[in-house]
Design a protein around this ligand. Structure first.
Ligand code: NAD
Ligand code: UDP
Length: 312
């Protein structure tokens, strides 16, 4: 049994991670400031004696004796991370610093939830880990993109300078049950709008692409990466290479919900990446990992969750 800290553990991905770690018999410390997460996400295992919830912001120093740390604290939806950009940057940079200090002092292994956003609006597709990216340092998305890039730098510098046991994963768009229906991301917006028979808001002409990974597949990849030996730190892309346009997602959601909603086109937000598709060769080779859940299949489960949440 390991003592494991999951920051952002009351969020979408973090809560699935807590659940998986508990199912494997670990003692789990979930640290969250509840900025975008919710107690409802951790309700089912709150009574488990091996689960501990600590309401704390990761920008404050942390003292805890643990064997492993998963640093997942950070709002992930563009409207949410842009609401208080300075705090978003602090979360990525000071959060990484505090947790790397903790890992270095305790000898714990530490994983950083990085993102495909480090590639910015990519000039090449698919994106391999060797691509350095195309990121605007001063735009509305920069607090997130540059914060995550700086966190990666801190991770690799701690690894080189202090021998900290680091793992870095770059997560591509992930969806599934426990997403907040109001967080403003494309999958949550489209499903919630379709269930309420409200217009689906497609930004731009909907020709921009994303590659959507179902949460269960991502959790498998995260667990495999944490178990790799010390010679492999990453970064490694974790995502589903099945690339779709945003308009295709809208149409698929309409079909699967049997909704009467129309599609409404809205202006494209500034710096919205035009393409995103992971090259997962490295994950296949080093982790033997690849996603297995098709978008249609994953959306059916997610729609079911939203129906229960929104009572539709
Ligand atoms: P989420 O918003 O559902 O979860 C983030 C959690 O972190 C929330 O519970 C929130 O309350 C908590 N949090 C935020 N700032 C905090 C702070 N300063 N201190 C303590 N807790 C804080 O988002 P998610 O989709 O579950 O994303 C989890 C992680 O994965 C994030 O680091 C995100 O950047 C990364 N990621 C997610 C995706 C995706 O598609 N979901 C893609 C790439 C990377
Ligand atoms: N998007 C959209 N309608 C919405 C929300 C998002 O068309 O209601 C688009 C957005 O402009 C982007 C894509 O969907 O091109 C994915 O957006 P999301 O916010 O989910 O994540 P991102 O990958 O941009 O961080």
């Amino acid at each position: 049994m390991k003592r494991v800290l999951v920051t952002g553990g009351a969020g979408f991905i973090g809560s699935h991670l807590c659940e998986r770690l508990l199912n494997e018999g670990n003692e789990v410390f979930c640290m969250d400031n509840l900025e975008t997460g919710s107690i409802r996400n951790i309700e089912t295992f709150k009574e488990n004696p091996l689960f501990h919830f600590i309401q704390q912001d990761v920008i404050e120093p942390i003292e805890l004796r643990v064997d492993e740390i998963f640093n997942f604290a950070c709002p992930a939806s563009p409207p949410r991370y842009q609401k208080d950009p300075v705090h978003t940057l602090k979360t990525s940079v000071l959060g990484a610093l505090n947790l790397l200090e903790l890992a270095t002092n305790t000898g714990a292994k530490i994983m950083q939830a990085s993102t495909s956003e480090v590639y910015g609006d990519p000039a090449i597709s698919p994106q391999p880990e060797t691509y350095w990216g195309n990121v605007n340092p001063i735009g509305p998305r920069s607090c997130y993109d540059e914060g995550k890039r700086c966190a990666e730098t801190l991770f690799f510098d701690y690894g080189r300078q202090f021998g900290t046991k680091i793992k870095v994963i770059r997560i591509f768009n992930t969806y599934g049950p426990r997403m907040d229906p109001e967080d403003g991301r494309v999958v949550s917006n489209f499903i919630a709008q379709a269930l309420k028979n409200e217009p689906l808001t497609v930004y731009g002409d909907g020709s921009q692409t994303r590659s959507f990974c179902y949460i269960d597949d991502l959790i498998e990849g995260i667990m495999s990466m944490m178990q790799t030996d010390e010679s492999f730190s990453g970064p490694v892309n974790l995502g589903n290479p099945e690339e779709v346009t945003v308009l295709e997602v809208a149409k698929l959601v309409l079909e699967l919900t049997c909704s009467k909603s129309e599609i409404e086109f809205r202006p494209l937000p500034q710096d919205d990446p035009k393409r995103r598709k992971p090259d997962i060769t490295l994950a296949r080779q080093t982790l033997g990992w690849e996603p297995t859940v098709k978008l249609k299949e994953g959306l059916i489960t997610t729609i079911q969750y939203f129906r229960e949440c929104l009572r539709f």
